[in-house]
Design a protein around this ligand. Structure first.
Ligand code: CP
Length: 312
């Protein structure tokens, strides 16, 4: 198994072998989180900086837990309590952390391309934890890991991704990843949140959730990203809910063994009913659990856990 990347900036430029290496490595590392003592010495002596310029519940804490389970040291930066509020730039912030000699920088930023920019001048490995509406590679990898657990194979799997596609880095990374693995993807949302250009990514486009659910194996619901919307993209939440909320009645249109996914945070009663979010068909919290194994795999593959174990 070889991971041929120096950084993890996105899914678009990964090949199938890189993707499968991450999924297989995560599978073998996931066992560590089930032990009484959830820790191995693999990344002892390595330092990771969690640089979050945007809020996060899942991604930040699972990178932290992943690092700790591999015995790396990790520090957390959040924009609100940093000198960014005094005007310090992204470049200067990163250069100051680089001066402390870390091994990896995990970056979330509201600007698309921020981790790519950072990777042009820093020595550490850079991991994209979500950049604007561009990509969220570790989310797509943990989604693929969760789908593989439930469905075994991606070949011709019918995946329906529903919601604010225009602003969703999760949708983009998932379209890149799942299409590389052979799934058939349908993107669903109102025309204002699902431009025709998305056809160029190799997905089918639909504005009708009811029509798209027929034969679906995986239903991935997304929230409306009001923080990225610079205009009103639909008349009202009520109208959006009527057309795009995943309800028990709508779920009956999908395949019997379909699974329900959501990257979180969920807005109950808007894009998904509480009944569906909490149903036995939902793997939403499984996705969160799997996020730790995927992030352990990425840290392990980038920071040379294999060489280090051999050297020990
Ligand atoms: N899925 C996801 O990125 O969640 P957070 O914003 O809480 O990290």
């Amino acid at each position: 198994m070889e991971f041929k990347q120096r950084h993890l900036l996105g899914i678009q430029h990964l090949d199938v072998s890189d993707i499968l290496t991450v999924l297989d490595t995560a599978e073998s590392l996931s066992e560590i989180s089930t032990r009484e003592v959830k820790k191995v010495p693999t990344l002892r002596g390595k330092t990771i900086v969690n640089l979050f310029f945007e809020p996060s519940t899942r991604t930040r804490s699972s990178f932290e837990l992943a690092a700790k389970r591999l015995s790396a040291d990790i520090i957390n930066f959040s924009q609100q309590t940093s000198s960014v509020v005094k005007g310090e730039s992204l470049k200067d912030t990163v250069l100051n952390f680089e001066a402390m000699n870390p091994d990896a920088l995990v970056i979330r930023h509201s600007c698309s391309g921020a981790p790519h920019f950072v990777s042009t001048f820093c020595r550490s490995h850079v991991i994209n934890a979500g950049d604007g509406s561009h990509e969220h590679p570790t989310q797509a990898l943990l989604d693929a890991f969760t789908i593989r657990q439930a469905k075994k194979s991606f070949r011709d799997l019918r995946v329906v991704i529903v919601g604010d596609i225009l602003h969703s880095r999760v949708a983009r990374s998932n379209v890149f990843l799942l299409s590389k693995l052979g799934a058939q993807i349908t993107l669903v949302g109102p025309p204002s949140l699902l431009p025709e250009e998305f056809k160029n990514f190799g997905a089918t486009i639909s504005h009708s959730l009811d029509e798209s659910l027929a034969g679906a194996d995986v239903i991935m619901m997304l929230r409306i990203q009001t923080e990225r919307q610079k205009a009103n993209f639909f008349p009202s939440i009520r109208e959006y809910r009527n057309l795009y909320c995943l309800t028990e009645k709508r779920f009956q249109l999908a395949n019997k063994d379909a699974i329900i996914m959501h990257p979180g945070p969920i807005n109950r009663g808007v894009e998904i009913s509480s009944e569906m979010a909490d149903s036995v068909k939902s793997v939403i919290l499984k996705q969160v659990e799997n996020g730790i194994a995927i992030r352990m795999a990425i840290l392990y593959l980038l920071l040379g856990g294999r060489e280090r174990e051999t050297a020990d």
